[in-house]
Design a protein around this ligand. Structure first.
Ligand code: BGC
Length: 265
């Protein structure tokens, strides 16, 4: 079946804002997969709110026939409290206290729901991926430029947990254990796994999760480091990989109770 034949009423739209690329696709919310090929546009530099809003609009407009009329879900790599960015660990400081929901909704002329990137990935993995049938407490950790976290209890998200910023041995955990630390310091898989072990042991001792799911680009290479970890909790790679953010954002937008009304344009 070609993507143009898919016209499910359960369709949503998701966008993933990352440090190097902004990606979007229509999402089949029932199947938990893209309903058409995604579009990727490089993240503008500097990645100010206005410049990023223009790219988000460009992506939605390029799917005019498939993006539907419902709320658009967007991921962002920062704390997002009720649509407002509260931190900027790895993004331009101009985002702090920006009402991203309102900015993007006004730019697009339709309702937009912005969520933390790891939260979106976590929801997608809980609904459709590696944690699909797991009851109890699941922690999804995304290993990339930073460490993102999503905490889910019986599939329900506790938003903005920010476990990548736990202080361990006097360091912000993500500065030692994110995939960017492995690359920056040219760490062997063994050395990096040792840091991951310290990190996940700390998290498991605080939360006692039933399952860890590892996301982020490096999860494709999980065979190189997951078997080296000696921790109590079962730990598995993400299944939706790069698609998780877009799918999770679309799901959260479709289910958001407080989605703002579409502003007049
Ligand atoms: C940010 C989180 C984000 C994570 C992954 C961290 O530095 O504080 O909000 O989820 O990076 O992008």
């Amino acid at each position: 079946m070609s993507s143009s034949e898919i016209n499910v009423p359960t369709g949503g739209f998701g966008i993933d804002i990352g440090g190097s690329g902004i990606k979007g696709a229509p999402v089949d919310l029932t199947a938990g997969r893209f309903a058409a090929d995604r579009l990727r546009i490089p993240t503008p530099s500097p990645s100010t709110p206005g410049a990023v809003a223009d790219v988000v609009a460009q992506i939605v407009e390029s799917f005019a026939d498939e993006s539907g009329t419902g709320p658009v879900g967007v991921t962002f790599p920062a704390v997002i409290q009720h649509g407002i960015a509260r931190t900027a660990a790895n993004v331009d400081d101009a985002w702090i206290d920006t009402d991203v929901d309102t900015l993007f909704s006004a730019r697009l002329g339709r309702s937009v729901h912005v969520v933390n990137d790891a939260d979106a990935a976590g929801v997608a993995e809980a609904r459709f991926g590696a944690a699909k049938n797991t009851k109890g407490l699941v922690i999804v950790a995304t290993l990339g430029t930073g460490i993102g976290s999503a905490v889910l209890l019986d599939g329900r998200l506790v938003p903005n947990t920010e476990l990548g910023h736990l202080e361990i041995d006097g360091h912000d955990a993500e500065h030692r254990a994110a995939d960017s630390a492995r690359e920056r310091e040219d760490l062997s898989w063994e050395k990096w796994a040792h840091r991951l072990q310290t990190y996940f042991r700390t998290v498991e001792n605080l939360f006692w999760p039933d399952l860890f799911v590892i996301g982020g680009g490096v999860s494709k290479k999980s065979a190189k480091f997951l078997p080296l970890l000696d921790i109590r909790t079962p730990i598995v790679p993400a299944e939706l990989l790069n698609d998780a953010g877009i799918i999770g954002a679309a799901v959260l937008a479709a289910e958001a109770p407080e989605a703002p009304a579409t502003p007049a344009v």
